[in-house]
Design a protein around this ligand. Structure first.
Ligand code: NAD
Length: 293
């Protein structure tokens, strides 16, 4: 993978995983453009990147807004001459809990940021990456994009969608020399469990930012996130995996069995369909032409 002198745009790049990836790619020699909804953490992040000798600029943006994406790609191309890569990272944890506790506004917030934010990032950046002759995209999904997580319905729905879209886009963009990957970490020590802090800045939250109720630091979710791995490991792992042109980027090999269990259940379901008196006869029929073989 070529990094030196090329330009990457990273959404949600001011903190956590996004910032770690920004630093890792910057240290490889990329020009870095970070977009984030929080202007204070954006300025702090830019100061840190610049003090590490990384060519970087930033803008305050909300991934939900198409105009903000246009401003982001314009900043990248005007400042650095071209755009070669996108890290679709900005995301929120949603509102974990039983099905009936989540309002449609909760769902809308999660879908708008985690799913449609990624789609809009692709729509804004891909034409420029094509124009630059190719590059890469990393869509930040999650281990929750590999396994359905109970009490995390809307988060799982968006992350499974991002993993699936990345598979589709990897095939679609391969002829344009654009590598697409889905990053699927399990728990990483960031502020994802405090995502409600950002909701006041987007939509669905009627309370002011300073009055938003954040989860108890002793709660299970707070504990698993704060005990997660160092985001810098994720940043370095992304470089390793990009160099190997991996489609799925895993950071937690210890989750392999859990994912295998899911695939075994899917495979067993195919076996039952094959022996079904109703649909079993379709087992030898060629699959539709648009399905990647
Ligand atoms: N931390 C984990 O355990 C974990 C695990 C798997 C996947 N992820 C994914 O990693 C990505 C980054 O999350 P993180 O863990 O670093 O969380 P984080 O909350 O520490 O950082 C998220 C960053 O995105 C920004 N952001 C939030 N909403 C935004 C919006 N609408 N527009 C622009 N910027 C916005 C925030 O200001 C923040 O800088 C997310 O997509 C998340 O779902 C996190």
């Amino acid at each position: 993978m070529d990094y030196v002198g090329r330009t990457v745009l990273i959404s949600g790049g001011a903190e956590g995983i996004g910032f770690a990836i920004a630093k890792a790619l910057g240290l490889e020699g990329m020009n870095v453009v970070i977009g984030d909804i929080n202007s204070d953490s954006l300025n702090a992040a830019l100061a840190k990147l610049r003090s590490a000798g990384i060519n970087s600029v930033g803008l305050t943006m909300d991934v939900v807004k198409a105009d903000d994406w246009q401003r982001a790609v314009a900043l990248a191309t005007e400042h650095f001459g071209a755009l070669h890569a996108l890290i679709n990272n900005a995301g929120v944890g949603g509102k974990p809990g039983p099905i009936e506790n989540n309002t449609l506004a909760d769902w809308q917030w999660c879908i708008d940021v985690n799913l449609l934010g990624v789609v809009q990032g692709m729509q804004a950046a891909v034409p420029h990456i094509k124009q630059a002759g190719g590059g890469f995209v990393v869509n930040v999904a999650s281990m929750a994009g590999m396994i359905g997580v109970p009490y995390g319905g809307e988060y799982t729905a968006t992350k499974l969608a991002v993993a699936g879209l990345s598979e589709a886009w990897a095939v679609e963009l391969n002829p344009f020399n654009i590598h697409v990957a889905a990053l699927c970490p399990a728990f990483v020590s960031t502020r994802i469990h405090l995502s409600e802090r950002n909701r006041a800045l987007t939509h669905g939250q009627t309370t002011k930012a300073e009055e938003v109720e954040l989860p108890d630091p002793e709660s299970v979710m707070s504990q698993v996130v704060t005990n997660g791995i160092d985001p810098n490991l994720v940043g370095q792992r992304v470089i390793e995996a990009l160099n190997d042109k991996e489609l799925y980027i895993f950071t937690h090999p210890n989750y392999r069995q859990a994912v295998q269990k899911r695939y075994a259940a899917i495979d067993a379901a195919f076996e039952r369909a094959e022996s079904s008196a109703i649909v079993g006869h379709l087992r030898d029929q060629a699959v539709d032409a648009f399905v990647p073989q």
